[in-house]
Design a protein around this ligand. Structure first.
Ligand SMILES: O=C(O)c1cc(C(=O)O)c2c(n1)C(=O)C(=O)c1cc(C(=O)O)[nH]c1-2
Ligand SMILES: [Ca+2]
Length: 672
């Protein structure tokens, strides 16, 4: 096992991808192109019905699991929530080692979207993981012992996290951070894989114009921001919290950049401006971190439209010409084909209904619908801030020519917060007590648009859907496609499904106990092909919502033709009856509503209306719990599981108001 990970480096990743059958899965998206296309075909459309469980492995976590397991020579490296790494022998399903970076659980609120981790990188005997609290850690792949650790947080302050998987390009570990809901400035950093020494850092947005800009790209970007908005005080955003890809021939690495901080464009940049490099694909030189080109998908972002979604480097024929392109389906609902040699726009077409733009002109500028920026009243933003496609990885199959992505709408309306000031914790401002700085109100009115989830098989050449499958809920898992003419995807309603990649015909499915958000992997061990998926319901939508009646711990499931292992028992998820009998003053419900919005709602959901995700819905708690709410809110026992401490933020009177809102809401919706 020690030798397995030792061989992994750039040559190994490229050689694996070039083989007739890709035996291993050595990097997040399988290869540098992030294709998630495995050339294995032992499991195929003909025999996939015979897939059975080979083994399952308990990740001992209760929050979201977003990791793609890496597998080299039968050894799997996967992460659970709170950035805990597990090494598993796939021949037996047994643990080799695990590593817990001991993230301070009471700091879970310092990231917007669940305490998740999307996986590790491997390089020459080391495993790299980004810990949620911003540390980049190198482990010995054979033992799980720490080799080095670096704090990636600029100036060691700001609400920065890491949720994404590192990549290793040319001996350097590449990592970005999350935090653009909190008021931070995004950047990407490269560290020497051997020593951890910082090699370069590229900022996504400009800093204070009174200070020298770090490089030419920042000086140019600053011209697209209006300094009267003092954009640097709220960071500007642009956090590169998820996707990277690398083209060794072009010697370019690609960065998907995030949303503006705060969300409201007018607050960042009152006189307008594109606000480079928000919502963009940016090409950097991987040796130096120097900017090479960019293409901005959402100029002047105003809707949390990140472009951090998975980017796939593909070679396609367009108008009879072979083209090196980059395929991208960011949150904003359009599918982009970009020339990856120079960043030139080729085409874009919406893959879901959108209400912010009618399309893109030939220069690659969106043709906006004016109403989308007139946020003086609540209006549904379609797609909403959860995106038409979020981080759930897309795959591309060169045999079918199709990209497979989980598309969705999660209804949310937005309205400008005209009086917003940086770091102002005021009732009614979304998560303001936890450091959010969106400068927008969310769902001041109930949204009118409809939720949906759909697996979309997209033809990037024709720019149209080839086939699709509707689901009962948004927030379905990432995809894997194979030379066996298959697409695998886990679903929010707790299944792993295999489809015919050409036609979309469903060929096989199995229950997974709880909703799946991560993408599956496949690999070969001792001549046999396996399919694995790491399951654990969560991520931002999974905190407060669910589409299953079952729940279970984070689990890796591994399937093979003829597998006969027994599924673990799934626990029934109980939505207890609505809380009843807590004494409250009805006059306090209004104040409680506002406090609930600024302190509680993004994690716990609306009491009795939302169903509870991996965090309990307070409308279904026992009355004793709500009666003693102060004991849970102020340095409560749930701090060990990620609950923030509200000491100093909520007074005794505030807590009485929140109780009134919880019981009042339960009473209001209780069927008569
Ligand atoms: O702006 C950011 O820095 C940032 C970070 C993250 C993250 O690190 O997980 C998410 C988002 N934004 C975001 O907008 C979003 O929808 C989202 C979903 C998830 C998730 O893991 O489910 N993370 C994030
Ligand atoms: Ca964001």
């Amino acid at each position: 096992q020690a030798s397995a990970a030792k061989q992994v480096n750039g040559d190994f990743i490229r050689a694996n991808a070039a083989q007739k059958k890709t035996p291993d899965w050595p990097s997040y998206g399988l290869d540098y192109a992030e294709s998630r296309f495995s050339k294995l075909d032992q499991v195929n459309a003909g025999n996939v019905k015979q897939l059975g469980l080979a083994w399952s492995y308990n990740l001992e976590s209760t929050r979201g699991v977003e990791a793609t397991p890496l597998v080299v020579d039968g050894i799997m490296y996967v992460t659970a929530s709170w950035s805990v790494v597990h090494a598993i022998d796939t021949r037996t399903g047994q643990k080799l080692w695990s590593f817990d970076p001991q993230v301070d659980k009471s700091k879970g609120f310092r990231g917007c979207c669940d305490v998740v981790n999307r996986g590790v990188a491997l390089h020459e005997g080391k495993v790299y993981v980004g810990a949620y609290d911003g540390r980049l850690i190198a482990l010995d792949a054979a033992t799980g012992q720490k080799v080095w650790e670096k704090n990636t947080i600029e100036g060691q302050k700001g609400s920065y996290t890491i949720t994404g998987a590192p990549r290793v390009f040319k001996g350097k570990v590449i990592i970005g951070n999350g935090g653009a809901e909190y008021g931070v400035r995004g950047y990407v950093t490269a560290y020497d894989a051997k020593t951890g020494e910082q090699k370069w850092r590229w900022f996504v947005v400009p800093g204070d114009p009174a200070k020298p800009f770090e490089d030419e790209s920042m000086a140019r970007a600053a011209k697209t921001w209006d300094p009267s908005g003092k954009y640097w005080e709220a960071g500007g955003g642009g956090t590169a919290w998820d996707s990277f890809a690398f083209d060794p021939e072009l010697n370019l690495m690609y960065v998907g950049t995030g949303n503006g901080s705060p969300w409201a464009h007018k607050k960042r940049s009152p006189k307008g401006g594109d606000n480079l490099y928000l919502g963009s694909v940016v090409a950097l030189n991987p040796d130096t971190g120097k900017y090479v080109w960019h293409y901005q998908e959402t100029p002047g972002d105003n809707w949390d439209y990140t472009s951090t979604q998975s980017m796939i480097l593909a070679n396609v024929t367009l108008g009879g010409k072979a083209r090196k392109v980059l395929l991208h389906a960011p949150k904003n609902g359009f599918f982009f084909v970009i020339d990856r040699t120079n960043g030139k726009f080729i085409s874009a077409k919406n893959f879901v209904d959108v209400n912010w733009a009618t399309g893109y002109d030939k220069n690659g500028r969106p043709v906006e619908i004016a109403a989308a920026r007139q946020n003086d009243k609540p209006g549904d933003s379609i797609p909403g801030p959860f995106g038409a496609h979020n981080w759930h990885p897309m795959s591309f199959n060169p045999q079918t020519g199709l990209a497979y992505l989980p598309a969705q709408n999660i209804p949310i309306n937005l309205m400008d917060d005209k009086d917003w000031k940086f770091d102002q914790n005021a009732p009614g401002r979304p998560h303001a007590a936890l450091g959010w700085n969106t400068a927008m109100f969310a769902n001041a009115e109930p949204p009118k648009s409809k939720p949906f989830g759909r697996l979309v098989a997209w033809d990037p050449v024709a720019q149209k859907e080839a086939w699709g499958v509707d689901y009962v809920s948004p927030w379905n898992g990432g995809t894997l496609t194979t030379a066996g003419n298959l697409v695998f995807q886990g679903t929010a309603d707790g299944r792993l499904v295999a489809y015919n990649a050409k036609t979309g015909e469903k060929l096989w499915e199995t229950a997974t106990g709880t909703g799946v958000v991560a993408a599956p992997t496949t690999y070969m061990v001792d001549g046999k092909q396996y399919v694995s998926v790491a399951v654990g319901w969560g991520g931002v939508y999974g905190l407060a919502q669910r589409a299953t009646e079952r729940q279970g711990p984070g689990t890796v499931y591994t399937f093979a033709v003829g597998g006969t292992a027994k599924m673990p028992d799934f626990v029934q998820y109980r939505m207890d009856k609505l809380v009843q009998g807590v004494k409250y003053d009805p006059a306090k419900v209004q104040a409680g509503t506002m406090l609930y919005v600024s302190n509680c709602v993004f994690c716990h959901g609306v009491p009795g209306v939302d169903r509870g995700g991996n965090i309990p819905n307070l409308g279904y708690m026992d009355a004793a719990y709500i009666e003693n709410l102060d004991k849970f809110i102020l340095k409560g026992p749930a701090m060990a599981r990620g609950m923030p401490d509200f000491t100093g933020k909520l007074s005794g009177d505030d807590i009485e108001s929140i109780k009134a809102f919880i019981q009042g809401t339960a009473d209001a919706i209780r069927p008569k």
